[in-house]
Design a protein around this ligand. Structure first.
Ligand code: KG4
Ligand code: ZN
Length: 342
């Protein structure tokens, strides 16, 4: 079985073909980072406009580059939630057009589920495992009991960690997305400034990054002569300290010895280094996607789509995008019994 993955939930227009036997057969991605950068964050209207403008060209290019004849696609998997609604609708409308045209099923995919399974493009996970999603929109812990069965364990009470990176970068004048630039500068600096570690000892698996972000913005305004590298290193250390202490807590409390960390911020060099150290010290299996699959991409959508298809789930012509269906509900809506409604 093969599928065309379609991702348009935020600022990447991405398509990929994944075959359950042969693996990835083609992938194409267009980032809108340059378009949003002057605004310091993603502008929803611009995002939808760019997806609309580019998706057919990308499909055409994939058609020319991909060794699979796209006429032989057997299914289409599309991110339907969560995300920017108009952007999601571009992907869903495109996926339905391909599905009608070829007479193949369309499969709804939850964006966070796609991130969780991004390290398993060509392998099968062992269950249960813990998943920490760290992205521009989410910072959430889940217990993954099996594909489509998730237990929410804790998450951010305010800003997502990637969002905090992006907002701090905006104040530092570093453009969007902020994570990769702050990460690069932080490697060259010293974490000499003290910043809070919100909720580090809260006794649960929740996070709060908005206070840290505000403290960082005040620090930037106060320390006018500070080196950007040192400011970034101080911020990055505070963020990673909090994430690591919560990971330690999650593993200790659940006793689950497998951890997936996925989403854009899982590309962070200090986070990857500290997670690897912690996994070695505590003896759990750490599973992180390769760098190119940390941020949004269509291969992970295709993978999650193939897994949902294995459950026998396909959508009808009334499929639509939704800005915010919680992951733990998605399996009930789009599980073997659900079929699109609660
Ligand atoms: O998963 P993703 O591509 O989109 C969402 O689903 O939100 O994550 C994007 C986020 C952005 O906030 C970006 O700044 C952050 O991931 N990011 C990073 C790094 N690379 C991307 N944050 C920290 N360090 C990085 N190396
Ligand atoms: Zn994402």
């Amino acid at each position: 079985m093969n599928t065309l993955g379609v991702e348009t939930s935020c600022d990447e227009t991405a398509l990929a073909v994944l075959d359950s036997e042969k693996g990835p057969l083609g992938t194409i991605l267009l980032s809108q980072a340059k378009i949003h950068s002057p605004h310091g964050g993603v502008v929803p209207e611009l995002s939808a406009r760019e997806h609309t403008r580019n998706i057919l060209y990308l499909f055409d290019q994939l058609h020319r580059e991909c060794p699979v004849d796209l006429q032989r696609l057997q299914s289409v998997s599309v991110t339907v939630t969560p995300g920017l609604i108009l952007s999601l609708v571009v992907g869903v409308a495109f996926a339905k057009a391909v599905s009608f045209n070829l007479g193949v099923p369309v499969v709804p995919v939850h964006h966070l589920e796609a991130h969780i399974f991004s390290p398993f493009i060509e392998s099968d996970p062992e269950y249960p495992f813990l998943a920490l999603i760290v992205s521009g929109g989410h910072t959430d812990f889940y217990l993954v009991e099996e594909f489509s069965r998730y237990r929410f364990l804790g998450g951010t009470l305010d800003d997502a960690v990637g969002e905090a990176y992006d907002k701090v970068a905006r104040v530092l004048g570093l453009g969007y997305p902020g994570g990769p630039v702050i990460d690069r500068l932080a490697r060259e600096g010293t974490p000499r400034y003290s910043l809070p570690r919100p909720l580090e000892d809260s006794g649960d698996l929740n996070f709060s990054f908005s206070g840290l972000k505000t403290a960082m913005i005040k620090l930037v305004q106060k320390e006018k002569d500070a080196k950007a590298e040192d400011l970034c290193a101080s911020f990055q250390k505070a963020v990673v300290d909090v994430l690591i202490s919560k990971v330690r807590k999650a593993v200790e409390e659940t006793g689950v010895q497998r951890l997936v960390v996925a989403g854009g911020v899982s590309a962070n060099s200090l986070l990857r280094e500290k997670l690897t150290e912690l996994a070695g010290a505590m003896g759990f299996d750490l599973i992180i996607p390769p760098l190119e699959l940390c941020t949004d991409n269509a291969l992970m959508v295709a993978r999650a789509g193939l897994m949902r298809l294995q459950l026998g789930v396909t959508a009808g012509s009334d499929l639509n995008g939704d800005p915010s269906i919680p992951l733990e509900k998605f399996g009930r809506i789009w599980g073997p019994e659900g079929r699109g409604s609660l």
